[in-house]
Ligand binder design. Structure first.
Ligand code: DX5
Ligand code: ZN
Length: 227
């Protein structure tokens, strides 16, 4: 097997919402651009929705990683795939019929992602994850940027990586929340391969350079873990 390669997904939640195209342009080497959609119901915060995702898709070539922190993804998720998102992740806690949502997302041409909040166990959903391309393990309570990484959730990352390594699942294992140059090490060693970072990228003087620094640290930790 070749060396494992991390994917870095800067979260525009920490960027200047008046200049989102510039925020995308400032991270040209990002693998995905992470877009946090919040509805003020599933989470207390309110951010952006479909029209902004459509506009952003037209303004950048970066693949969009839409993280839906919304109620009723059964009703809304497919629209994000139709809008051109590369990956559409919704929360298992919010979905009535996650399998159908995943199939609809895939049929619309995007990867399908399932997210679990910090207190949501993974075991009940291992079978379900066969319908998905991405597992997003929240490493903070969803809703706000700039929170502290919760290392207690890393056993879920480890479990997902074991399932992938054993051939039971084929998934990106993504972590989101409080990921920075220090916490990325533990996440990568636990088996994550996609790293969302908001404040660690857009709070830096040079967001593009911050992406590259995270990539180097993440790569080293991933390959250390698989040695
Ligand atoms: C939080 C969002 C995250 C957020 C991460 O609910 O899902 O994507 O932007 O921000 P940081 O990296 O600052 O914790
Ligand atoms: Zn997110």
């Amino acid at each position: 097997m070749g060396a494992a390669e991390p994917m870095i997904a800067p979260s525009i939640l920490s960027a200047d919402f008046a200049h989102l195209a510039d925020a995308a342009a400032s991270v040209p080497s990002a693998d995905w651009l992470h877009v946090d959609v919040m509805d003020n119901h599933f989470v207390p915060n309110l951010t952006i929705g479909l029209p902004v995702v459509q506009a952003l898709h037209a303004a950048t070539d970066l693949p969009l990683d839409c993280h839906l922190m919304i109620d009723d993804p059964d009703r809304w998720a497919t629209g994000y795939a139709e809008a051109g998102a590369a990956n559409v992740t919704f929360h298992v806690e919010a979905a009535a019929d996650p399998v159908t949502v995943a199939r609809n997302i895939r049929a619309a041409g995007a990867l399908a992602g399932l997210s679990v909040k910090p207190n949501t166990p993974l075991e009940p959903y291992l079978e379900l994850l066969r319908e998905f391309d991405t597992l997003l393990v929240m490493t903070v309570e969803p809703g706000f940027g700039g929170q502290t990484f919760i290392a207690d959730v890393l056993p879920k990352v480890r479990l997902a990586r074991e399932q992938v390594s054993a051939g039971h699942l084929r998934l990106f294992v993504e972590v989101d929340g409080g990921v920075d140059q220090e916490t990325i090490v533990a996440a990568a060693e636990a088996g994550a391969d996609v790293f969302v970072a908001g404040s660690a990228v857009y709070g830096a003087d040079d967001p593009g350079k911050a992406v590259e620094q995270l990539r180097v640290i993440g790569r080293t930790a991933m390959n250390h873990a698989t040695d």
